[in-house]
Design a protein. Structure first.
Length: 185
């Protein structure tokens, strides 16, 4: 599947996400252009994340590694979840609405990898499963944190609640994926 989006499609997804948050806050917000516009992938079911930043800091991030609904609906739902239901943060307020920056990540299908270092920093995200434990990092995380491959894998195992030594075993599952990442800034 080709995840190359036109600029108007990226802007439309971002406008829909912002409109969903505004609607939840009961703030007037009109999607620029026509609210009947469509993207070429509205009907696709892909993994996606909506990330909210405020003043350069994480303010919310919720997503699915696998799509359950059409992207048109999923992005709006994830925007609401990120703004109001990320357990790490208090719900977004109307006063914060104009200060947030939205970022959307659309995920490619996952590809199983057999060697832990068979990925590229800044290009691939990783999903690790091991005996009921799992962890995922989006492609941009390693770059944002300044991690090399070894650090990325170590933090991924920690996120999954595991010790990095499990990567020396053979019964873990590791998948790489890429993403289309776009934001309002």
């Amino acid at each position: 599947m080709d995840l190359k989006l036109k600029e108007y499609e990226k802007k439309l997804f971002l406008s829909r996400a912002r409109a969903a948050i505004a609607h939840h806050l009961k703030i007037p917000y009109d999607i620029p252009g026509s609210d009947t516009q469509k993207t070429s992938i509205d009907h696709e079911k892909l993994g996606a994340f909506v990330t909210i930043h405020m003043n350069g800091e994480l303010r919310g991030c919720i997503g699915y590694i696998k799509g359950f609904e059409s992207l048109e609906i999923e992005i709006e739902n994830l925007a609401i979840q990120s703004a109001f239901h990320d357990p790490r943060f208090h719900p977004l307020t109307a006063g914060e609405f104009s200060k947030i920056n939205l970022e959307i990540t659309l995920l490619s299908p996952f590809e199983r990898i057999d060697k832990p270092d068979d990925f590229e920093i800044g290009i691939h995200g990783l999903y690790l499963t091991y005996h009921g434990f799992s962890g995922v990092f989006l492609p941009q995380v390693a770059t944002e944190q300044g991690w090399n491959k070894e650090e990325f894998l170590k933090h991924l195992t920690y996120k999954a609640g595991l010790d990095p030594s499990i990567l020396n075993k053979k019964d873990y599952n590791l998948y790489k994926f890429s993403g289309v990442i776009f934001s309002e800034s």
